[in-house]
Design a protein around this ligand. Structure first.
Ligand SMILES: Nc1ncnc2c1ncn2[C@@H]1O[C@H](COP(=O)(O)OP(=O)(O)OP(=O)(O)O)[C@@H](O)[C@H]1O
Ligand SMILES: [Mg+2]
Length: 220
């Protein structure tokens, strides 16, 4: 399965969710996992470099950096070697993001429960619809990141999404928790730190489970 973290807005948690999901896949079944950093900022690659340093090279997944059309051609060439591929496509509308969407099963769209982010979903919806012309298997799911603990505006954000037919709301919100930056600063996922935050670990597991379950049901 190929999952692309897709959001043209910056700083919404694409890299955070990409690395946590890639590592969740590894921990779940020791599967062969590929993490593709398609963002020229190289944050996922930096995370992997730190992780390799901390874990004596045993990152648990393979990491590559790709850009532009190579995201499509290289990933297609490597696809058969991996059970799961996670692509961090960066925070702009780039050739790399568009290329990733043409080969992905899932576009996972993190957004923060504020109205501005909700508007940017329309732009992603358009990119998804365009990619679906050549990749009818693509399904897009939006997930709230940095959720407000009260949950009040989360419900509003979920409601706003119902107006966007090409993106389905996935009810697995990720809270704003220090556990995420703390784990990342050690080159780890929230699942691996010595004293895990059980809320953060449960959220990542639930997100992965809901994604897998949603994919098991074919789109109409
Ligand atoms: N759920 C969360 N709780 C707390 N902090 C978070 C959470 N998700 C992300 N962050 C923090 O927010 C910042 C932006 O997150 P991240 O780098 O994952 O976003 P991004 O979408 O990849 O950004 P960019 O568009 O620049 O690539 C980081 O400092 C990250 O640690
Ligand atoms: Mg990023």
């Amino acid at each position: 399965m190929i999952i692309t973290l897709a959001q043209t807005k910056g700083g919404v948690g694409k890299t955070t969710l990409a690395v946590n999901l890639a590592i969740e896949r590894v921990l779940r079944g020791k599967r062969d996992v590929l993490l593709v950093d398609a963002d020229d900022q190289g944050t996922a690659a930096d995370f992997t470099a730190l992780r390799a340093e901390r874990l004596n090279g045993n990152t648990g997944y393979t990491a590559v950096q790709l850009s532009g059309a190579a995201v499509r051609t290289q990933v297609l060439a490597m696809r058969s070697k991996y059970d799961d591929i996670v692509i961090d496509a960066g925070g702009r509308d780039t050739a790399g993001l568009r290329a990733a969407l043409t080969i992905s099963n899932v576009a996972l769209v993190p957004f923060q429960p504020r109205s501005f982010d909700v508007w940017t979903l329309a732009k992603i919806g358009q990119l998804v619809s365009e990619a679906q012309i050549i990749n009818p298997n693509l399904q897009a799911f939006a997930v709230i990141n940095c959720a407000d603990p009260q949950g009040s505006d989360n419900a509003e954000a979920a409601e706003a999404l119902t107006e966007n037919p090409s993106i389905v709301y996935l009810a697995a919100p990720i809270g704003r928790r220090k556990a995420f930056p703390n784990a990342a600063s050690q080159g780890l996922s929230v699942l691996e730190v010595p004293h895990p935050d059980s809320k953060a670990t449960n959220e990542i597991k639930l997100l992965a489970d809901k994604l897998m379950a949603a994919l098991a049901v074919p789109a109409d």
